[in-house]
Ligand binder design. Structure first.
Ligand SMILES: Cc1cc2nc3c(=O)[nH]c(=O)nc-3n(C[C@H](O)[C@H](O)[C@H](O)COP(=O)(O)O)c2cc1C
Length: 337
Protein backbone atom coordinates (compact mmCIF):
# COMPACT_ATOMS: atom_id res chain seq x y z
CA UNK A 1 0.00 0.00 0.00
CA UNK A 2 1.28 3.50 -0.76
CA UNK A 3 2.34 5.47 2.33
CA UNK A 4 0.16 8.30 3.58
CA UNK A 5 0.88 11.43 1.55
CA UNK A 6 3.93 12.99 3.20
CA UNK A 7 2.45 16.49 3.14
CA UNK A 8 -0.29 15.33 5.49
CA UNK A 9 2.22 14.45 8.20
CA UNK A 10 2.70 18.17 8.48
CA UNK A 11 0.82 20.51 10.84
CA UNK A 12 -2.66 20.69 9.32
CA UNK A 13 -1.63 22.04 5.88
CA UNK A 14 -3.78 24.52 3.99
CA UNK A 15 -5.06 23.28 0.64
CA UNK A 16 -6.24 25.45 -2.23
CA UNK A 17 -9.54 23.87 -3.37
CA UNK A 18 -9.78 22.89 -7.01
CA UNK A 19 -12.11 25.31 -8.80
CA UNK A 20 -12.84 24.69 -12.47
CA UNK A 21 -12.03 27.65 -14.74
CA UNK A 22 -10.35 29.57 -11.91
CA UNK A 23 -7.51 27.63 -10.28
CA UNK A 24 -5.38 27.51 -13.39
CA UNK A 25 -1.62 27.08 -13.27
CA UNK A 26 -0.96 30.82 -12.94
CA UNK A 27 -3.55 31.36 -10.21
CA UNK A 28 -1.98 28.46 -8.35
CA UNK A 29 1.40 30.13 -8.73
CA UNK A 30 0.01 33.14 -6.83
CA UNK A 31 -1.53 30.99 -4.11
CA UNK A 32 1.70 29.07 -3.67
CA UNK A 33 3.65 32.31 -3.36
CA UNK A 34 1.15 33.35 -0.70
CA UNK A 35 1.57 30.20 1.37
CA UNK A 36 -0.87 27.55 0.07
CA UNK A 37 0.66 24.23 1.13
CA UNK A 38 -1.05 21.72 -1.17
CA UNK A 39 -2.90 22.27 -4.44
CA UNK A 40 -4.91 20.33 -6.98
CA UNK A 41 -5.74 20.86 -10.60
CA UNK A 42 -9.39 21.33 -11.42
CA UNK A 43 -11.13 18.12 -12.41
CA UNK A 44 -10.57 16.52 -15.80
CA UNK A 45 -12.74 13.86 -17.37
CA UNK A 46 -11.11 10.43 -17.47
CA UNK A 47 -12.42 9.62 -20.95
CA UNK A 48 -11.07 12.88 -22.36
CA UNK A 49 -7.61 12.06 -20.97
CA UNK A 50 -7.78 8.69 -22.69
CA UNK A 51 -8.82 10.44 -25.94
CA UNK A 52 -5.72 12.61 -25.51
CA UNK A 53 -7.66 15.88 -25.76
CA UNK A 54 -4.84 18.50 -25.95
CA UNK A 55 -6.80 21.12 -23.95
CA UNK A 56 -6.78 18.83 -20.94
CA UNK A 57 -3.02 18.61 -20.85
CA UNK A 58 -3.00 22.36 -20.38
CA UNK A 59 -5.51 22.01 -17.51
CA UNK A 60 -3.36 19.49 -15.66
CA UNK A 61 -0.15 21.42 -16.19
CA UNK A 62 1.77 22.46 -13.09
CA UNK A 63 5.25 23.64 -12.18
CA UNK A 64 7.74 21.95 -9.88
CA UNK A 65 7.41 24.88 -7.46
CA UNK A 66 3.73 24.04 -7.04
CA UNK A 67 4.34 20.62 -5.53
CA UNK A 68 2.85 18.84 -3.67
CA UNK A 69 0.30 18.78 -6.50
CA UNK A 70 -2.64 16.50 -7.09
CA UNK A 71 -4.47 15.94 -10.37
CA UNK A 72 -8.21 15.50 -9.99
CA UNK A 73 -10.19 13.19 -12.26
CA UNK A 74 -13.86 12.39 -12.65
CA UNK A 75 -15.81 9.65 -14.35
CA UNK A 76 -17.91 6.62 -13.49
CA UNK A 77 -16.28 3.71 -15.23
CA UNK A 78 -13.68 1.98 -13.03
CA UNK A 79 -11.56 0.84 -16.00
CA UNK A 80 -11.36 4.22 -17.69
CA UNK A 81 -10.75 5.96 -14.38
CA UNK A 82 -7.85 3.60 -13.71
CA UNK A 83 -6.49 3.99 -17.25
CA UNK A 84 -6.68 7.79 -17.07
CA UNK A 85 -4.94 7.86 -13.69
CA UNK A 86 -2.14 5.69 -15.08
CA UNK A 87 -1.65 7.98 -18.11
CA UNK A 88 -1.58 11.05 -15.87
CA UNK A 89 0.94 9.51 -13.50
CA UNK A 90 3.20 8.40 -16.36
CA UNK A 91 3.17 11.79 -18.06
CA UNK A 92 2.86 14.29 -15.19
CA UNK A 93 4.15 12.49 -12.05
CA UNK A 94 1.72 14.25 -9.69
CA UNK A 95 2.19 13.77 -5.95
CA UNK A 96 -1.30 12.29 -5.75
CA UNK A 97 -4.38 11.52 -7.82
CA UNK A 98 -7.66 12.83 -6.44
CA UNK A 99 -11.09 11.52 -7.47
CA UNK A 100 -13.99 13.94 -7.65
CA UNK A 101 -17.14 12.56 -6.05
CA UNK A 102 -18.61 15.95 -5.23
CA UNK A 103 -19.34 17.95 -8.37
CA UNK A 104 -23.04 18.94 -8.47
CA UNK A 105 -23.04 20.21 -12.10
CA UNK A 106 -25.78 18.76 -14.26
CA UNK A 107 -23.44 17.77 -17.12
CA UNK A 108 -21.36 15.72 -14.64
CA UNK A 109 -24.38 14.18 -12.89
CA UNK A 110 -25.69 13.12 -16.33
CA UNK A 111 -22.55 11.05 -16.77
CA UNK A 112 -23.27 9.43 -13.40
CA UNK A 113 -20.05 10.99 -12.11
CA UNK A 114 -19.15 13.56 -9.45
CA UNK A 115 -21.71 13.75 -6.64
CA UNK A 116 -23.99 11.33 -8.51
CA UNK A 117 -21.71 8.60 -7.18
CA UNK A 118 -22.79 9.42 -3.63
CA UNK A 119 -26.09 7.71 -4.49
CA UNK A 120 -24.24 4.44 -4.99
CA UNK A 121 -21.41 4.14 -2.42
CA UNK A 122 -20.52 0.60 -3.53
CA UNK A 123 -19.92 1.74 -7.08
CA UNK A 124 -17.98 4.67 -5.72
CA UNK A 125 -15.84 2.13 -3.87
CA UNK A 126 -15.23 0.13 -7.06
CA UNK A 127 -14.06 3.25 -8.90
CA UNK A 128 -11.74 4.14 -6.01
CA UNK A 129 -10.30 0.62 -5.86
CA UNK A 130 -9.68 0.57 -9.62
CA UNK A 131 -7.76 3.84 -9.49
CA UNK A 132 -5.73 2.72 -6.45
CA UNK A 133 -4.70 -0.48 -8.22
CA UNK A 134 -3.87 1.34 -11.49
CA UNK A 135 -1.32 3.64 -9.83
CA UNK A 136 0.26 1.54 -7.06
CA UNK A 137 3.14 3.99 -6.47
CA UNK A 138 0.99 7.12 -6.18
CA UNK A 139 -1.35 7.98 -3.29
CA UNK A 140 -5.00 8.22 -4.32
CA UNK A 141 -7.33 10.57 -2.45
CA UNK A 142 -11.03 11.28 -2.86
CA UNK A 143 -13.11 14.44 -2.50
CA UNK A 144 -16.75 14.06 -1.52
CA UNK A 145 -19.72 15.99 -0.24
CA UNK A 146 -21.66 14.88 2.82
CA UNK A 147 -24.34 13.21 0.70
CA UNK A 148 -26.85 13.72 -2.07
CA UNK A 149 -29.32 15.56 0.14
CA UNK A 150 -30.21 15.90 3.80
CA UNK A 151 -32.08 12.61 3.76
CA UNK A 152 -29.14 10.71 2.27
CA UNK A 153 -26.02 11.60 4.26
CA UNK A 154 -23.33 9.08 3.32
CA UNK A 155 -19.99 10.64 4.32
CA UNK A 156 -19.37 8.17 7.23
CA UNK A 157 -20.18 5.15 5.04
CA UNK A 158 -18.20 6.45 2.07
CA UNK A 159 -15.27 7.24 4.36
CA UNK A 160 -15.14 3.63 5.48
CA UNK A 161 -15.53 2.26 1.94
CA UNK A 162 -12.78 4.37 0.38
CA UNK A 163 -10.41 3.69 3.27
CA UNK A 164 -10.93 -0.05 2.73
CA UNK A 165 -10.34 0.42 -1.01
CA UNK A 166 -6.92 1.97 -0.35
CA UNK A 167 -7.59 5.71 -0.57
CA UNK A 168 -4.91 7.53 1.42
CA UNK A 169 -6.92 10.63 2.39
CA UNK A 170 -10.43 11.98 2.00
CA UNK A 171 -11.57 15.57 1.59
CA UNK A 172 -15.08 16.32 2.78
CA UNK A 173 -16.88 19.40 1.54
CA UNK A 174 -19.43 19.70 4.34
CA UNK A 175 -22.45 20.32 2.14
CA UNK A 176 -24.84 18.03 0.30
CA UNK A 177 -25.21 18.03 -3.47
CA UNK A 178 -28.62 19.65 -3.04
CA UNK A 179 -27.10 22.54 -1.09
CA UNK A 180 -24.78 23.41 -3.96
CA UNK A 181 -22.61 26.18 -2.53
CA UNK A 182 -25.27 27.65 -0.24
CA UNK A 183 -25.82 27.42 3.47
CA UNK A 184 -23.47 26.29 6.17
CA UNK A 185 -21.03 23.41 5.90
CA UNK A 186 -21.64 20.63 8.44
CA UNK A 187 -18.38 20.64 10.40
CA UNK A 188 -19.83 18.32 13.05
CA UNK A 189 -20.17 15.62 10.44
CA UNK A 190 -16.67 16.28 9.10
CA UNK A 191 -15.34 15.99 12.67
CA UNK A 192 -17.24 12.72 13.16
CA UNK A 193 -15.75 11.13 10.03
CA UNK A 194 -12.28 12.43 10.91
CA UNK A 195 -12.57 10.80 14.34
CA UNK A 196 -13.80 7.49 12.89
CA UNK A 197 -11.26 7.07 10.11
CA UNK A 198 -7.61 6.17 10.31
CA UNK A 199 -6.76 7.93 7.03
CA UNK A 200 -6.42 11.73 7.16
CA UNK A 201 -9.56 13.80 6.60
CA UNK A 202 -9.29 17.23 5.03
CA UNK A 203 -12.15 19.55 5.92
CA UNK A 204 -13.66 22.00 3.45
CA UNK A 205 -16.52 24.49 3.38
CA UNK A 206 -16.82 28.20 4.09
CA UNK A 207 -13.40 28.85 5.57
CA UNK A 208 -13.10 32.61 5.18
CA UNK A 209 -10.46 33.79 7.63
CA UNK A 210 -7.92 32.85 10.27
CA UNK A 211 -10.49 32.67 13.08
CA UNK A 212 -12.31 29.91 11.16
CA UNK A 213 -9.08 27.92 10.93
CA UNK A 214 -8.33 28.37 14.62
CA UNK A 215 -11.84 27.28 15.60
CA UNK A 216 -11.92 24.26 13.27
CA UNK A 217 -8.47 23.11 14.36
CA UNK A 218 -9.56 23.16 17.99
CA UNK A 219 -12.94 21.51 17.37
CA UNK A 220 -12.13 18.82 14.81
CA UNK A 221 -9.35 16.26 14.27
CA UNK A 222 -8.96 17.30 10.62
CA UNK A 223 -5.52 16.59 9.16
CA UNK A 224 -5.76 19.44 6.66
CA UNK A 225 -8.07 22.29 5.70
CA UNK A 226 -9.13 23.30 2.21
CA UNK A 227 -10.03 26.82 1.14
CA UNK A 228 -12.07 27.55 -1.98
CA UNK A 229 -13.97 30.71 -2.82
CA UNK A 230 -12.35 32.86 -0.17
CA UNK A 231 -9.04 32.46 -2.04
CA UNK A 232 -10.49 33.43 -5.41
CA UNK A 233 -10.57 37.17 -4.88
CA UNK A 234 -7.88 37.04 -2.26
CA UNK A 235 -4.98 34.58 -2.68
CA UNK A 236 -3.27 36.36 0.25
CA UNK A 237 -5.67 34.53 2.58
CA UNK A 238 -3.07 31.76 3.00
CA UNK A 239 -0.40 34.20 4.10
CA UNK A 240 -2.82 36.05 6.39
CA UNK A 241 -3.92 32.84 8.12
CA UNK A 242 -0.35 31.70 8.64
CA UNK A 243 0.63 35.06 10.04
CA UNK A 244 -2.24 35.02 12.54
CA UNK A 245 -1.41 31.44 13.54
CA UNK A 246 2.26 32.33 14.04
CA UNK A 247 1.97 35.75 15.69
CA UNK A 248 -1.66 36.20 16.76
CA UNK A 249 -1.67 39.49 14.85
CA UNK A 250 -3.85 40.25 11.83
CA UNK A 251 -1.88 41.51 8.83
CA UNK A 252 -2.49 44.91 7.28
CA UNK A 253 -4.95 44.37 4.39
CA UNK A 254 -3.70 45.18 0.88
CA UNK A 255 -4.66 48.52 -0.66
CA UNK A 256 -7.03 48.57 -3.62
CA UNK A 257 -4.10 49.45 -5.88
CA UNK A 258 -2.11 46.46 -4.60
CA UNK A 259 -5.02 44.16 -5.39
CA UNK A 260 -5.23 45.53 -8.92
CA UNK A 261 -1.50 45.10 -9.43
CA UNK A 262 -1.90 41.41 -8.56
CA UNK A 263 -4.86 41.03 -10.95
CA UNK A 264 -3.03 42.70 -13.81
CA UNK A 265 0.12 40.71 -13.13
CA UNK A 266 -2.00 37.53 -13.19
CA UNK A 267 -3.61 38.57 -16.47
CA UNK A 268 -0.27 39.27 -18.10
CA UNK A 269 1.09 35.90 -17.02
CA UNK A 270 -2.03 34.10 -18.30
CA UNK A 271 -1.88 35.86 -21.65
CA UNK A 272 1.83 35.06 -22.02
CA UNK A 273 1.04 31.34 -22.02
CA UNK A 274 0.76 29.55 -25.35
CA UNK A 275 -2.91 29.16 -26.27
CA UNK A 276 -4.50 26.80 -28.68
CA UNK A 277 -7.88 28.45 -28.86
CA UNK A 278 -8.62 31.49 -30.97
CA UNK A 279 -11.09 32.76 -28.37
CA UNK A 280 -8.22 33.22 -25.93
CA UNK A 281 -6.52 35.89 -28.05
CA UNK A 282 -8.09 38.83 -26.17
CA UNK A 283 -9.42 39.28 -22.64
CA UNK A 284 -13.15 38.72 -23.26
CA UNK A 285 -12.96 35.13 -22.04
CA UNK A 286 -11.34 36.31 -18.81
CA UNK A 287 -14.21 38.58 -17.74
CA UNK A 288 -15.74 35.96 -15.36
CA UNK A 289 -12.30 35.56 -13.79
CA UNK A 290 -12.08 39.33 -13.24
CA UNK A 291 -15.43 39.27 -11.44
CA UNK A 292 -14.13 36.55 -9.11
CA UNK A 293 -10.77 38.23 -8.60
CA UNK A 294 -12.31 41.56 -7.61
CA UNK A 295 -14.74 40.01 -5.12
CA UNK A 296 -14.97 41.97 -1.90
CA UNK A 297 -13.55 45.19 -3.36
CA UNK A 298 -15.55 48.32 -2.55
CA UNK A 299 -17.70 49.90 -5.27
CA UNK A 300 -17.80 46.69 -7.19
CA UNK A 301 -21.10 47.30 -9.02
CA UNK A 302 -19.81 50.16 -11.17
CA UNK A 303 -16.40 48.59 -11.60
CA UNK A 304 -17.90 45.25 -12.68
CA UNK A 305 -19.92 47.01 -15.36
CA UNK A 306 -16.66 48.39 -16.67
CA UNK A 307 -14.96 45.00 -16.49
CA UNK A 308 -17.64 43.69 -18.83
CA UNK A 309 -16.16 45.82 -21.64
CA UNK A 310 -12.47 44.94 -21.17
CA UNK A 311 -10.77 43.57 -24.31
CA UNK A 312 -7.09 44.50 -24.01
CA UNK A 313 -4.75 44.75 -21.04
CA UNK A 314 -4.74 48.55 -21.41
CA UNK A 315 -8.54 48.54 -20.88
CA UNK A 316 -8.04 46.61 -17.66
CA UNK A 317 -5.43 49.09 -16.47
CA UNK A 318 -7.84 51.95 -17.16
CA UNK A 319 -10.60 50.24 -15.12
CA UNK A 320 -8.07 49.74 -12.30
CA UNK A 321 -6.91 53.37 -12.40
CA UNK A 322 -10.51 54.73 -12.42
CA UNK A 323 -11.52 52.41 -9.59
CA UNK A 324 -8.51 53.40 -7.47
CA UNK A 325 -9.22 57.06 -8.14
CA UNK A 326 -12.83 56.72 -6.98
CA UNK A 327 -11.49 55.51 -3.62
CA UNK A 328 -8.77 58.12 -3.32
CA UNK A 329 -5.87 55.85 -4.25
CA UNK A 330 -3.35 56.42 -6.99
CA UNK A 331 -2.83 53.57 -9.41
CA UNK A 332 0.89 53.72 -10.12
CA UNK A 333 1.48 54.17 -13.86
CA UNK A 334 3.69 51.39 -15.22
CA UNK A 335 3.35 49.39 -11.99
CA UNK A 336 2.37 46.28 -13.87
CA UNK A 337 4.53 46.55 -16.99
C1 LIG B 1 -16.32 27.88 -9.55
C2 LIG B 1 -16.07 26.62 -8.77
C3 LIG B 1 -15.50 25.54 -9.40
C4 LIG B 1 -15.26 24.35 -8.69
N1 LIG B 1 -14.64 23.30 -9.31
C5 LIG B 1 -14.33 22.19 -8.59
C6 LIG B 1 -13.56 21.14 -9.18
O1 LIG B 1 -13.12 21.18 -10.33
N2 LIG B 1 -13.33 20.04 -8.39
C7 LIG B 1 -13.77 19.95 -7.09
O2 LIG B 1 -13.51 18.95 -6.41
N3 LIG B 1 -14.48 20.94 -6.53
C8 LIG B 1 -14.74 22.06 -7.23
N4 LIG B 1 -15.40 23.08 -6.62
C9 LIG B 1 -15.74 22.99 -5.18
C10 LIG B 1 -14.60 23.56 -4.32
O3 LIG B 1 -13.43 22.78 -4.48
C11 LIG B 1 -14.99 23.56 -2.81
O4 LIG B 1 -15.26 22.24 -2.43
C12 LIG B 1 -16.22 24.42 -2.55
O5 LIG B 1 -16.13 25.68 -3.19
C13 LIG B 1 -16.43 24.62 -1.03
O6 LIG B 1 -15.35 25.32 -0.45
P1 LIG B 1 -15.50 26.89 -0.07
O7 LIG B 1 -16.75 27.03 0.76
O8 LIG B 1 -14.23 27.22 0.67
O9 LIG B 1 -15.63 27.65 -1.37
C14 LIG B 1 -15.65 24.26 -7.32
C15 LIG B 1 -16.25 25.37 -6.70
C16 LIG B 1 -16.45 26.54 -7.40
C17 LIG B 1 -17.07 27.72 -6.69
Amino acid sequence: MTPLPWFLNNQCPLFLAPMARFTDVIFREFCKEQGADVMLTEFVQADAIIRNDPRLWETVDFTEAQRPMGIQIFGSNPDSMGAAAKLLVERMSPDFIDINFGCPAERVICMDAGSSMLRDPRKLGRVTGAVVRAVPETPVTVKIRTGWDESAIVAPEVGEIVENEGARAITIHGRTKEQGYRGEADWNLIAQVAAERSIPVIGNGNIREASDVIRIRSETPCAGLMIGRAALGYPRIFRDIKQVLATGKSPVPPTIAERWITIIDYTRRIMARPFREERHRDLCWMRPKFIALTKGMPGSRKMRGELGTVVQIEDLEKVAARHCERFGEAFPAGACA
